[in-house]
Ligand binder design. Sequence first.
Ligand code: HEM
Length: 437
Amino acid sequence: MKSIPGERGWPVFGHSLNFLKDCNTLINSMHERFGPVYYNYYLHTKVVVLLSPDANEFVLLDRDKNFSSRKAWNISLAELFPNGLMLRDGDEHRYHRRLLGAPFKAKALEEYVSLMNSDIASTIKGWQKNESVELYPLMKQLTLDLAAKVFLGENLVKEADAVNQAFVDVVDASMALVRHPVLGLKYRKGLKGRALLEDYFRQRIEGKRTSQETDMFAEISRVEDELGERFSKQDVIDHIIFLMMAAHDTTTSSLSSIAFALAKHPEWQDVIAKESALIEGDSLEYSQMPGFTAAEWVFKEALRMYPPLPIIPRTAIQDCEFQGYQIKRNDMVHVSPSFTHRLDTIWTNPEQFDPMRFSPERAEDRNHKHAFIPFGGGAHKCLGIKFAELQVKLVMFHLLRHYRLETPKGYEMPYAPAPIGKPKDLLPITLRPVTNS
Ligand code: HEM
């Protein structure tokens, strides 16, 4: 068995500060020095990093049940998002995932699309025009408001402000460096936010169970297995809070990367605007989504270049072997979407924005089943892929019906990839109204 090369890094911190500063640069330089299998340390935790499509498959498909998602994610999320779907393993995970499928079926998705159309249109129309605005916070507010409506339902939207704030505090806390409830710090605010959300949802579950409402919270409250068993109230709370988190910053991140890419490549704005002009009326309905193909390629290309999750973590629960290297029980293991998304053995000119690589003729993502993994893979593959795609297409549709996006000449987005990708300067963009809007 070969021993894994690598290094411990700085005393106490290991490589954690470099990771937070720019994990992609860290990974590239470690790869250059040690190759596609290496170890480093984040604080006191040894992390084995595996950088290839085969490694993605080994870890994410996990045919031999070597890895735990729960153990890995618990390190950062256990207190704020306990027992969310990603924080469960094995049979328990399978059972919960099956029941959680209900709010993601076609009929439910169709309903969400019609709920979101008018809100997206009116919000976007209200954005400041003809001068530079920070687009990231606008997208973040938009996805938060949409989540309130789709996840919690029309009736709860009116009370959503306090809930939204609590939710923002919980998500912010999950990114905090200091993870102790110290007065005034993010983490403490997050724990308070979590307590408020628990209370809020607990008081409303019975009402949702007896309602006919079709929001995600109602669906999850009512769902039954084949023996007529429902989720416990605590399960409903844990799932809905986790789902809101899983949907929020990831979608915001993709939308802002898309906006940046489109502003840099106006020819793709024209392609999407042309596609959306073929759609009659002022909204994009569920049945019309498959025709919105260029928007889909642009979405995928933005996810390739800027995957919202730059790494996916697991913990080894038994000793195992990958290509002759021994991984020990309790080792943390990372695979990296951002690294495999830029491999020139898979992608033509990987540094170039080129949505056509996802066209059926080229289909570069099919070069390896696990080269393109913005949504992960295997048992924990993102449950919200379709929802995310629909929401992103809706935003692109309405955005490009009303505006052309501009950035200053030569602008490059300063990008912070971890923990969830984000433009460091919040993405200054100018929205120029198109003449007929
Ligand atoms: C572009 C947007 C999104 C991206 C890039 C994304 C990415 C991911 C990734 C990489 C994972 C796997 C993590 C792992 O294996 O450890 C994941 C899991 C998950 N995502 Fe997403 N996600 C997005 C949007 C959403 C949305 C909109 C929802 C819900 C409405 C959602 C719900 C979930 C859930 C429930 C899981 C856990 C699945 C499981 O453990 O079985 N995601 N997501």
